[in-house]
Design a protein around this ligand. Structure first.
Ligand code: SF4
Ligand code: SF4
Length: 351
């Protein structure tokens, strides 16, 4: 184990693994818990899924399509089953199984921490919290592409909060940093083979996608952004497909629907992801849709990320993953929207 020096990662104890050792470590982790990790899906897409073969885990990936939240808040889930004739129902509760999430980027775990805030506050959401209880995370750094902007929202690539171990890939292997005691225990159990002692030197990774203002100033921008023309300009191109909501790691809105089986007797109550960019999201009794116009829905989505929740939690609800831009069929960029808002607001308000 190497000694400590002075930057953030360098303040932590670490080991160095070559490629074969890292794969053996994944196999070892599988003896401790179910391991979830990024895998290739097609030629250029990635997804998190349970590891069957450690060789298939992908460590150099830009982002997955669906965020990690799907393991804590599934896209659809049965909340209860019921029988109409006797008016009885049985709640479906998840098992609190132990899972290790391996190869996770910092923005992804920060998104889970924001969901924790939302699901713990007020009326705690027990299904989410049960799935979340025994989760352990092993992070990995990444090379920002044209869509990542974590630094602009205060989330550095090497932000280790919430991780137990953190991996820094190098040309000939991986530095494994010990972040907490659970991570140290895992490594001690693995009994890693001795490898050549290397000294870690932090390498700067540049973000290409940037918000013009420091993230501390964004809530102030949104104070003055409600009547901006930006919302209508963006909505000219928006298709209202909801992809930006459904792939966002911090969006958590859902709908609940009762499904009756063909016997007209038994049924299930289903919960499924929903999103504020979808037209029917605000449809209420009397067939009113109170955010009927796309520009209102766009504004609401951005205000949820940069103002409404932030006013309560003190944290931005955007973690800079870039999914809402990279997977948007109209290529609408959230960073461009914010930079345009900054320009408009600063001209009018001199902030
Ligand atoms: S993904 Fe793009 S096109 Fe679809 S609703 Fe979001 S901003 Fe509009
Ligand atoms: S708003 Fe976009 S960039 Fe921000 S967390 Fe959601 S999907 Fe990622």
């Amino acid at each position: 184990m190497q000694s400590k020096t002075n930057t953030h990662l360098q303040d932590l104890d670490y080991l160095f693994f070559d490629e074969a050792t890292l794969r053996q470590f994944i196999v070892y982790l599988q003896t401790r818990a179910e391991v979830i990790a990024p895998h290739a899906k097609g030629e250029r897409s990635y997804m998190y899924k349970p590891v069957k073969d450690a060789k298939e885990v992908v460590l150099n990936y830009p982002r997955t399509i669906q965020p990690l939240k799907k393991f804590f808040l599934p896209p659809t889930e049965t909340l209860l089953t019921f029988k109409l004739s006797d008016n009885q129902y049985v709640e479906q509760t998840p098992e609190p199984g132990k899972r290790i999430f391996f190869g996770i980027h910092s923005y992804e775990l920060q998104a889970i921490l924001r969901l924790d805030y939302s699901f713990e506050k007020g009326n705690p959401e027990s299904n989410y919290l049960t799935r979340r209880a025994n989760a352990l995370f092993i992070g990995i750094s990444y090379k920002p592409d044209a869509y990542h902007f974590g630094k602009s929202v205060g989330i550095e690539i090497e932000k280790t909060d919430g991780f137990s171990l953190f991996i820094e890939p190098m040309e000939n292997g991986y530095f494994i940093f010990i972040v907490d005691e659970a991570g140290r225990t895992l490594l001690e159990g693995f009994q890693a083979p001795q490898t050549q002692a290397l000294v870690f030197e932090q390498q700067e990774k540049e973000f290409h996608n940037k918000i013009k203002y420091h993230h501390n100033r964004l809530p102030e921008v949104f104070e003055h952004a409600y009547h901006s023309d930006v919302w209508k300009d963006v909505s000219q191109r928006c298709l209202g497909c909801g992809t930006c909501n459904l792939l966002c790691p911090t969006c958590y809105c859902f709908d609940v629907r009762d499904e009756i089986e063909l016997d007209a007797e038994n049924g299930t109550r289903q919960r499924f992801w929903d999103g504020c960019m979808l037209h029917d999201f605000t449809r209420v009794a009397g067939d009113e849709v109170f955010r009927d116009k796309l520009h209102n829905r766009t504004r609401h989505r951005l205000f949820r990320k940069f103002k409404y929740i932030t006013d309560h939690s003190g944290e931005l609800s955007c973690v800079g993953c870039g999914r809402c831009t990279s997977f948007c069929p109209a290529k609408i960029s959230i960073v461009e929207i914010i930079n345009q808002l900054i320009k408009d607001v600063s001209e009018v308000k001199s902030i």
